[in-house]
Design a protein around this ligand. Structure first.
Ligand code: ADP
Ligand code: ADP
Length: 233
């Protein structure tokens, strides 16, 4: 099955009289358990696509099926709940809450996800264990290195066991050794069953995914067969 399927997605940004077509006719499916890279030059529409796949923004046209359900009929409140429960986000800038210790950063996401209080602590500690950060549970983000912060951000994203893990340039702020370790961690999580979508301009990262979706000028380009059809399946 597929975690997410899109048909004819388009996104336009209007700024006064100017309309930017950031994404056009994007049809794709992300299969459960797969790992997919989204690549393309700056301004191509990668972040726009990722925010639509992550249900963070609504398309101008087209449909998104998330776990088989058309999400266009859902209210913002329902979308917020779906994101909190089923989607994990990892960003270039980590976005940890600075006033909360590592463990509390993870616990907060589990609360947002609707996990009962009695189960949160164990799930948070398991996630920190998985990324090799349980020994830092009682530290503040500022006490950690960049690579450690990204590990915690990944623990926060996976603790609720999301159906989809989205990462936007997850190694963009790390040196190459730490970037490599974060990539290995993401690939390990994928092998253990987490569906992974990574936005990256790094061909080395893209090469390690099962599939690459290239975005050029708001259009999806993939393997030659799909290019001919103007779509990615
Ligand atoms: P990428 O992530 O590949 O760099 P983006 O999805 O950020 O590309 O941007 C695609 C296009 O949409 C660019 O032309 C960008 O300037 C434009 N764009 C993105 N976000 C907005 C916005 N909020 N308002 C107006 N234009 C935007
Ligand atoms: P970027 O590094 O791409 O600029 P942002 O911080 O702007 O990322 O986040 C993009 C969107 O994701 C924003 O709407 C933000 O509210 C949302 N967001 C950030 N962190 C989370 C999270 N942990 N869970 C859900 N949504 C998030």
């Amino acid at each position: 099955g597929c975690v997410i399927e899109t048909r004819g997605l388009a996104k336009e940004y209007r700024m006064g009289s100017v309309t930017v077509e950031a994404l056009r006719e994007a049809t794709l499916s992300i299969e459960t358990g797969s790992c997919v890279a989204i690549t393309g030059p700056s301004g191509a529409g990668k972040s726009t696509l990722l925010s639509l796949l992550g249900l963070l923004d609504r398309p101008t046209r087209g449909t998104i099926l998330f776990q088989g359900e058309d999400v266009s009929r859902h209210s913002d409140a329902v979308l917020t709940r779906l994101r909190a429960r089923f989607i994990g986000y990892v960003f270039q800038q980590f976005h940890l809450v600075p006033v909360l210790k590592v463990l509390d950063n993870v616990l907060l996401q589990l609360e947002f996800a609707g996990v009962p209080r009695s189960r949160r602590r164990q799930m948070a500690l398991e996630a920190l264990e998985k990324v090799g950060m349980s020994h830092r549970a009682n530290h503040y983000p500022r006490e950690l290195s960049g690579g450690e912060r990204q590990r915690v951000a990944i623990a926060r994203a996976i603790a609720k066991r999301p159906s989809l893990l989205l990462a936007d340039e997850p190694t963009g702020n790390l040196d190459s050794a730490n970037g490599e370790r974060i990539l290995d961690l993401l690939l390990t999580l994928n092998r253990e069953g987490t569906t992974l979508v990574v936005v990256t301009h790094d061909p080395h990262i893209a090469a390690q995914m099962q599939r690459t979706i290239q975005v050029r000028d708001g259009r999806l380009v993939s393997e030659p067969a799909s290019v001919a059809q103007g779509r990615v399946s």
